[in-house]
Design a protein around this ligand. Structure first.
Ligand code: NAD
Length: 507
């Protein structure tokens, strides 16, 4: 069990400089502690940034295939430790074992995918308009990268940020969520086992308001990669803006599944249950709105509610359980408060709507899978991210209204449509305002070889995963080399050939 020496700085495990600690608790039984972790402050963050700055000049000169080999070894170690990591994940943040394995698998996929980039082109050569001039553009690392992550994908999300950063030649300071520090420590321990050189990745555990803000403010950090709530993302982006620091933000969502009358309703129903209740609704891609065409709404709602009623809630270690606890008591209260807000706004609770407190639920943070009906687009529960096992059923008359309602929130992460009509599917692909669009699939289910991220208040235009994963942590450098023997200055655009209307080359 971790005992407070959980910062990893310059190749050494150490406690917070003032000795402060905090516990990480099991959300299925909050009397069970996962460990005690360093509660880092500005001083610890500065030491970590210094270590990353010192390691950078050497790491960025390590040949890229060698940096890639570190990721390859990390992928293998993640594979060997998949089951143990998944079980720790169930204990530390509550998702069910099958999904926890998926979370680790995503990091394995990312490690191998990124390792493959070690020998791929990282720039291009273009012709020059001048004789004997060589022109090329290549990606270069930015320096020290600050990584701040949430708790809901505690192994996958760090891998999305850290693997591309290391491959590109950056060094990293990693501040994981205070809800999942144990998993962050295991992740770093495995990287160390894979051969991570001292100072190349540094870990500071602790709270966002302490270690997180210090990392955003740290002068040596050149780019911040943040995933979390939109409220915090806005603060971080504005602080980075003032410092002219690069920032990549992956934020909240208010995702929707559109079910049209020509859809395979059985398939739509299965997808909606998974979309709304996987990870207890605590996915940034969770389907917290289900927009159903009026003509099929009664049939859909009946089938949906029947399926939701069968969902088994409990500890994620129980193989029969489909919905685990939510992350903590604060979040439990927040979810319940949203259901009350919904009721006050006129929504009807057709299933759930209660905190589960009896028997095996007594010590944990459990909320009954909840379905709200008669939800209209202006209601807060149709606009704000709830981040729990709660979904809103909304009625729409046709495709046009479905698209308009789907787009009518501040967010734009994941939208899905169920239809049997290819023309409607393409109309939706064109018009849905989201970074991810699914047809006949639920809102969750991203694969790592495609870009991941959202539009509007879900982000600031950056994307993770896919081959664009490298964008956030690299700069483009354009290089011009004169190898002519003429000893003559040839100026671009001035002494070079001009091609204009009806003209032949002037030189
Ligand atoms: P959060 O914003 O509370 O915290 C995220 C991280 O930021 C944590 O490490 C936290 O300690 C840190 N932090 C908090 N305040 C900070 C501050 N002022 N300065 C610097 N760091 C600070 O989010 P959460 O509860 O951990 O995660 C849930 C949220 O994350 C949801 O809104 C969800 O939609 C979002 N999310 C988005 C994506 C995506 O890719 N778009 C993926 C997963 C989760």
């Amino acid at each position: 069990m971790y005992d407070g020496r959980t910062n990893y700085i310059g190749g050494q495990w150490c406690a917070a400089s003032n000795g402060a600690t905090f516990p990480s608790l099991n959300p299925a039984d909050t009397e069970q502690m996962i460990g005690i972790f360093a509660r880092s402050g500005a001083e610890d963050v500065h030491r970590a940034v210094e270590a990353a700055e010192q390691a950078y000049p050497q790491w960025c000169r390590v040949p890229k295939p060698e940096r890639a080999a570190l990721l390859l070894r990390m992928g293998r170690l993640l594979e060997q430790n998949k089951e143990a990591l998944a079980r720790l994940m169930v204990l530390e943040m509550g998702k069910v074992l099958e999904e926890a394995r998926g979370d680790v698998q995503e990091a394995i996929d990312m490690a191998y995918y990124m390792a493959g980039f070690g020998r791929m082109p990282d720039g291009y050569v273009v012709p020059s308009e001048r004789t004997d001039i060589y022109c090329a553009a290549r990606r270069v690392p930015v320096g020290v990268v600050g990584v701040i992550t949430p708790w809901n994908f505690p192994i996958a999300i760090p891998s999305w940020k850290i693997f591309p950063a290391l491959l590109a030649g950056n060094t990293v300071v990693f501040k994981p969520s205070e809800e999942t520090p144990g998993l962050a420590c295991r992740f770093v321990e495995l990287l160390v086992e894979a051969g991570l050189p001292d100072g190349v990745l540094n870990l500071v555990t602790g709270y966002g308001s302490e270690a997180g803000t210090a990392l955003v403010e740290a002068r040596g950090v050149r780019v911040i990669s943040f995933t979390g709530s939109t409220a915090v993302g806005k603060q971080i982006a504005s602080r980075c803006g003032e410092q002219m620091k690069r920032v990549s933000c992956e934020l909240g969502g208010k995702n929707a599944i559109l079910v049209l009358e020509d859809a395979d309703l059985e398939l739509a129903c299965k997808g909606a249950v998974w979309g709304a209740f996987a990870t207890s609704g605590q996915r940034c891609t969770a389907a917290s709105r289900i927009l159903v065409q009026k003509s099929v709404k009664p049939r859909f709602l009946q089938a949906f509610v029947e399926r939701v009623a069968q969902l088994r809630v409990g500890s994620g270690l129980d193989p029969n359980v489909e919905v685990g606890p939510v992350i903590n008591r604060r979040q439990l209260e927040r979810i319940h408060e949203y259901v009350q807000i919904g009721k006050a706004e006129g929504a009807e609770v057709v299933m759930g709507g209660t905190v589960l407190t009896e028997g095996a639920y007594a010590k944990g943070c459990y909320y009954a899978p909840t379905v709200l009906n008669k939800v209209t687009p202006q209601m807060r529960i149709a606009q704000e991210e709830i981040f729990g096992p709660v979904t809103a059923i909304m009625e729409v008359s046709d495709l046009a209204e479905a698209l308009a309602v789907a787009n009518a929130t501040a967010y734009g992460l994941s939208l899905s449509i169920y239809t049997g009509d290819v023309r409607k599917a393409f109309r939706a692909i064109e018009q849905l305002e989201a970074g991810l669009v699914y047809v006949n699939l639920p809102t969750s289910g991203a694969e790592i070889q495609l870009p991941f991220g959202g539009v509007k208040q879900t982000g600031n235009g950056s994307r993770e995963a896919g081959w664009v994963a490298m964008d956030y942590c690299t700069e483009w450098k354009s290089v011009y080399i004169n190898y002519s023997e003429a000893g003559e200055l040839v100026r671009a655009q001035i002494d070079t050939p001009v091609l204009s209307d009806g003209d032949s080359l002037s030189r």
